[in-house]
Each structure stands twice: as C-alpha cells, then as structure tokens.
Design a protein around this ligand. Sequence first.
Ligand code: ZN
Length: 313
Amino acid sequence: MPSSPGLHHVTAICSNAARTRDFYERVLGLRLVKRTVNFDDPSCWHLYFGDETGSPGTLLTFFEWPNGERGAPGAGEAVALSFAIPKGAAHEWVRRLTEEDVYVAIAPGADDALTFHDPDGLALELIEQDWAEALPGHTTAYIGEEQAIRGLAVVTLLVEDCDATANVLEDVLGWRETARASHGGFLRLRFAAPGAAGPGRLIDVLKAPEAAPAQQGAGSVHHIAFRAADDKVQGAMAKALSKAGLTPTEQKDRTYFRSIYAREPSGVLLEVATDGPGFLVDETADALGTNLRLPPRLEALREEIEANLPPLA
Ligand code: ZN
C-alpha cells in the first residue's frame, strides 16, 4: 500500500496579496519562497511561503482573488491551520502579535494553542512542539531562531461524516488514527502520518453533522496537498483513490512539483504532490521569491501578465 509521509502544502485564498505578504513574511516570519501566478488563471498571484528552501510540510500558499468576498467556514473544508513553534516560544509570540495589533487568544487544551486570524479571517494557531527546535528556523530582522515557525503542525478539517474522510486518510494515504475525543458536541479524530513527528504530519478531523457547507472565498482554504516521494508512488495513490471511489485528475505539471487532485467524500479538495523537483529548479537559494517566475508556456505573455498583477508591496 502506498503511503504519504505528510502534508506537502496547504493553499488558501486571500483578497490582497500585498497585505497577505506583509502578514506572513514580516509579522509571522515565513519566507516568501516563490512568487508566481495561478497556473490555471495567470491573471492571479500564487505566492508560496515556507521555510528557507520551501521544504514540504512547511508550505502555505495563496491564490489572490483581488477584492474577493470573504468565505464562510463550514463543512467540507480545512477550517484551521496551526504552525509549530519551539518549546517556550509562545510567550514571545503573544507579545509580538499583540504589538502588531493581531488579537490573540489562548485556547486551553493539550496543545495550549495561541489562536488568531490572518487579515482575511483565516483561523491560525501557533503550537509549541517538541520536535520544532531541532529543525532550522528562518530568521528575520524581527524573529530569531528560538521563536521562528518550523512548518505546519496540525490542519483541522470540518466534515459531516468522519468515517468517509478517515477511510481516505487510512486506506489511500497510509495515515493512522492516534486519538479521539469529544469537544462540546463535536467528535475530534486525530490522524498522524507514518514515521517520526515533524512538519505537516497531523490532521484533525472534526465531525460536524449539523454544520452548513463551507462557502469558499477570501480567508478559506482551497485545498490541502499530501506528499508523494515520486511519480510512481503518486501513481499508486491515484489508483488507490479510484479504488476508494474518488475521481483523481490527470497529473498536472506545477513546475516545482507534479500534482493530481481529487475531492474526498466530505468535500475537501485533496492534492497529491511529488516532493521534487522543488523550488530551486528556477531560482538560486538566495534569490527564492524575489522575482516573478512563470512556467515556460506563460513566458511569452510575461509583459502582459506583469502589467496586470496587483502590486505586492
Ligand atoms: Zn496545491
């Protein structure tokens, strides 16, 4: 059976790319590792934020829908993302976020998450994780190594029927259920990727039979992507998705990885993305994220595309 060692990236929607860039790059200290356009709609920005080199499991990406209406969280969508920070870093983050006028709350529980929202209302958390300190952190003028975010910790999906979602996570992706608890009428199932703890290895599935369906818009998660080591493993996962009754797409070349997509039974759009070739395929490590990069088929239109994109700063 194929298995995915973790999430590759999460893609969300923002209404103002410059504001989103300021928030994730300056306030949260992620690195903008690629500035490109939505390959399916080159009039829109696609920005990738992550660690120093854009390692799988650290990536949060945004499509810009300029002046897009805000979405409404609901069933069939990822409703919260948490980032991992080193042990002892939470206190400094409360200070930093408060200073930046970001309202931050502390959600009591096993994780003691700091909860807040991005400028479009996307629900975010920072969670201290044992494994975080051992990974290199991307530092900035404002954020040091002892504080820096080390990638995604947990992605929370809200679904009507957690059994159907669990089947996909377990039977297609090779994840396993590690915890189950009731919270205020919700059933929460936690799934972990095979292997050691690290970035992008946990998904919480929240069962909400009465929840209204999500309405996608600014501040919504568009899809979540799982890692596949290579094309062969991805091909095996495509077969497994079909066997589970889903309808995976053909493979699409995203320049930095190759992808297939399928909607799981509760409505969450899933992607399976190859680890390679990665973000250094068209830029040096130092230059990552500094210039607009386009796939070869769009290079001929560069002038027109650049002229139409809203400013990034
Ligand atoms: Zn994607």
